[in-house]
Write a protein that binds this ligand. Structure first.
Ligand code: IPM
Ligand code: MG
Length: 359
């Protein structure tokens, strides 16, 4: 099979971790006899510096013409510390999500036995936790208008907007995932306070009737934040709106031991994007210390979702598992043990995939 992918390394540690995910991707293509064609493009702060636009038209064209997008991370302290900056790197990511129609962000939360001790939760709570958070990605308060400041600058406002159609498509998608898993769906909202959440609940209650084989539950977001920590094994598939999903998935990620382990897939109308859920970690940029595994696991999701190549995806996951079991890990999950560099971890995974490894 011929795979045409766009590679968008972005800012901070983005280029380093994406390089390792690309190595893993090349190794898989070599092993399974696929032809990989890839091209890099700018996004984020580096794109602003080069072109003034965080998501340049050339980048969008490349994404549209590719079968999948492998994305690193964006963001820079230069902008974080300047709330008055008119153009911001994050706008690049949001514009990309909107223009590619990426309305669903899928974040699988799985645990690795050899990493259980890294979790801030007790091992007995975490062991075997395996759920998936489906976050609506192109609506809600991230995109609602009006958004801005009053003329005198003393008031600011954001608007949360959802349409029936936006809610329907994401909830339906969540049911299709639930059907393939343990058939349990938790719909997270704040229907006791927010009007948009009440619409979510009303629409969901209609769709629920079409999926009698799935056990549906409704949970307020504050309670969900608590239950994810209290009993992570309770969950199978969670679906929620944009901002709740952003917050809950950072929380859920540490259950696995590190934010540096969690991949994601953004899917929708045009080309799908695969990216780690963590940010650009600027303090670590260029130091060769960042954990590349979330991005490498995002490449696994790419094989699975964009190309329907499950064995290929599995070979990446096995390599990552072996790598963690062999304790070839970066400092964030090294505990007291030796911390390996980004490239050492990436090379280990690559060599395991190609079968050159002597364990
Ligand atoms: C994420 C990130 C982004 C978001 C930021 C960088 C805009 O936190 O993908 O979770 O809030 O969606
Ligand atoms: Mg986030």
């Amino acid at each position: 099979m011929k795979l045409k992918i766009a590679v968008l390394p972005g800012d901070g540690i983005g280029p380093e971790i994406t390089a390792q995910a690309l190595e893993a991707t090349k190794a898989v293509c070599q092993k399974f006899g696929h032809i990989l064609e890839y091209q890099e493009a700018l996004v984020g702060a580096c794109a602003i510096d080069a072109t003034g636009n965080p998501y340049p038209d050339e980048t969008h064209t490349l994404c549209m013409e590719s079968d999948a997008v492998l994305f690193g991370a964006i963001g820079s302290p230069k902008y974080d510390n300047d709330p008055s900056a008119r153009v911001r790197p994050e706008q690049g990511l949001l514009t990309m999500r909107k223009k590619l129609g990426l309305y669903a962000n899928i974040r699988p939360i799985t645990t690795f036995p050899s990493l259980l001790h890294q979790s801030p939760l007790r091992a007995d709570l975490v062991e075997g936790a395996d759920f998936m958070c489906i976050r609506e990605l192109t609506g809600g308060i991230y995109f609602g208008r009006p958004q801005g400041r009053s003329e005198d600058g003393t008031t600011a406002y954001d608007t949360c907007v959802y349409t029936v159609q936006e809610i329907e498509r994401i909830v339906r998608l969540a049911y299709t995932f639930a059907l393939k898993r343990k058939k349990k769906l938790t719909i997270v909202d704040k229907a006791n306070v927010l009007c948009t959440s009440r619409l979510w609940r009303q629409v969901s209650q209609q769709i629920e009737k079409e999926y009698p084989e799935v056990e549906t539950e409704y949970m307020f977001v504050d309670n969900a934040a608590m239950q994810i920590i209290r009993q992570p094994k309770h969950f199978d598939v969670i679906v929620t709106e944009n901002m709740f999903g952003d917050i809950l998935t950072d929380e859920a990620s540490v259950i696995t031991g590190s934010l540096g382990m969690l991949p994601s897939a953004s899917i929708g109308i045009h080309t799908s994007v695969f990216e780690p859920i963590h940010g650009s970690y600027p303090q670590a940029a260029g130091k060769n210390i960042a954990n590349p595994l979330a991005t490498i696991l995002s490449a696994a999701l790419m094989f699975e979702y964009a190309f329907d190549l499950k064995a290929e995806a599995q070979s990446i996951r096995e390599a990552v598992e072996a790598c963690i079991a062999a304790k070839v890990v970066t400092e964030d999950i090294a505990g007291g043990g030796r911390a390996y560099s980004t490239t050492e971890v990436g090379n280990w995974v690559r060599d395991f995939i190609t079968g050159y490894h002597i364990a």
